[in-house]
Design a protein around this ligand. Structure first.
Ligand SMILES: [Zn+2]
Length: 146
């Protein structure tokens, strides 16, 4: 694995988990330059964003499973229904809390919006020209960014 080209900047970025989305634009520029020059930090940034997305997906899946369990318990009414329902709801609440913490404390939502934008741009570029022309100017501007 390659070394960071500027360990001081690299250490600062590591402290922020390679997330500069919360910085002011004029401060971002220097760190953006470092990311474009430093393979080490770029790959670390990718890794951390992947972890954030994985956490939020995991919390979503876990929340859905607990809700499903709640529905199943309600439907079949096994013995100790009340306690099982309570456990399922507690699991759902915990999953929702984890989801919220990840969404607030990490740039996962921004990363997902970026991924969605890239996907939308990809679809937009493959649309037939006559359909592309029919898209409202405002929407086209949002998708292509120009
Ligand atoms: Zn670096």
């Amino acid at each position: 694995m390659s070394e960071c080209i500027d360990p001081i900047v690299g250490k600062i970025l590591a402290g922020w988990r390679y997330d500069i989305s919360g910085l002011a634009p004029e401060m971002c520029a220097d760190y953006d330059d470092h990311f474009s020059a430093c393979e080490h930090c770029r790959s670390r940034q990718r890794l951390h964003r992947t972890i954030d997305i994985a956490l939020i997906v995991l919390a979503s899946v876990s929340g859905a499973v607990f809700l499903l369990a709640f529905g199943v318990i309600r439907h079949f009414e096994p013995r100790h229904t009340f306690w099982l329902e309570l456990a399922a709801l507690a699991g759902f609440a915990l999953s929702a809390l984890i989801w919220l913490v990840v969404a607030v404390a990490t740039p996962a939502p921004i990363t997902m919006v970026d991924v969605a934008k890239i996907g939308a741009r990809h679809v937009h570029d493959h649309l037939p020209a006559e359909i592309r022309e029919r898209l409202p100017e405002e929407l086209r501007l949002k998708i292509t960014g120009s």
